[in-house]
Design a protein around this ligand. Structure first.
Ligand code: ADP
Ligand code: MG
Length: 291
């Protein structure tokens, strides 16, 4: 049976909006020395919006129509943003065929006989498609913290859509407090290096892993666990699930994907990063009571 102090601590945590799914995680939390934070949906609110569109060789609305048709079946926040922008502009699109989701990379589909690819710019390069003059546009947007997704139509680069998300208002303060508590913050994201560096600088994180494929997030957590360091991972997405399982303590945002919550030891019911500090301090005080 769990010691009484832990039971009380877990009750206190639940009142704050912190669900401890295992007693073990609760005891490990006080030993955590590294906290890995996902960017989109964790440090940011996770509702990206289209901030700019540059079309090449086709019209802007045509580009957005093809992108929306391709993204329509996807659950990804970037996909939702592209579809929302197309809807706002009053555009209509045909149902796409042969939809394929390349997790952490992008999506492809057949739209009215045209093959469309939407995803990270490097994905186009991997398909042998030259991004060409669009590279300059991509660099400009990403260096101001935006996510740039590239679109190819029939194997030709056809444009770029820039998306911006909003930092959680408490992110900077919480990162500083983590450091004061002796916990090193680390940023881990599938997004581009420039956007990741921009957000990291804003919140005061020095260690950044960007352009990480979903399958590699867990490997990075494992690397950080070297020398027996206890590592917590905070995430919200499908792509974070393996890393949440690998971490000594996996922490999921309550607004995140179901699979993220199922893979986590701790769930933050309220969407507030202050709960990370509360969870840590409740774990410490309960432990002190046991001793
Ligand atoms: P994060 O780690 O920030 O939550 P993901 O691993 O989900 O990001 O995605 C990494 C990158 O892959 C995105 O920044 C984007 O460039 C690309 N990507 C993933 N899914 C999509 C999609 N549905 N549409 C366009 N681009 C996508
Ligand atoms: Mg995320």
């Amino acid at each position: 049976a769990a010691p009484l102090a832990i039971v009380r601590g877990a009750g206190e945590a639940a009142e704050e909006g912190i669900v401890m799914r295992t007693g073990e995680a609760f005891q490990t939390l006080r030993q955590v020395r590294t906290m890995v934070l996902d960017k989109t949906g964790t440090l940011t609110i996770g509702r990206p919006m289209v901030r700019g569109i540059v079309a090449q060789g086709i019209g802007e609305d045509e580009l957005l129509t093809l992108a929306a048709a391709t993204e329509h079946p996807s659950e990804h926040p970037l996909a939702r943003a592209v579809v929302a922008e197309a809807t706002d502009r009053g555009l209509a699109w045909p149902q796409a065929g042969e939809f394929r989701s390349l997790t952490g990379l992008g999506v492809t589909a057949d739209v009215a006989g045209r093959s469309v690819l939407v995803g990270r710019p490097a994905l186009l390069t991997e398909y042998g498609i030259d991004v060409g003059p669009l590279q300059e546009v991509i660099d400009r947007w990403t260096s101001s913290g935006h996510t740039a997704i590239a679109i190819a139509v029939d194997d030709q680069a056809a444009g770029v859509i820039a998306l911006g998300d909003t930092l959680r208002p408490e992110a900077t303060e919480v990162v500083a407090a983590l450091r004061d508590a002796g916990i090193s913050p680390v940023l881990l994201t599938g997004d581009n290096q420039r956007a990741a560096d921009f957000v990291a600088a804003q919140v005061g994180i020095e260690t950044v892993y960007a352009e990480v494929r979903p399958g590699d997030k867990a490997a990075i957590v494992r690397e950080l666990q070297r020398d027996g360091r206890r590592v917590a991972m905070v995430g919200d997405g499908i792509n974070d699930a393996p890393a949440l399982m690998q971490a000594d303590v996996g922490i999921a945002m309550g607004t995140g994907a179901d699979i993220a919550m199922e893979s986590a030891d701790v769930i933050l019911v309220r969407d507030d990063l202050h709960l990370l500090l509360d969870a840590h301090s409740i774990s410490r005080t309960s432990y002190r009571k046991i001793k």
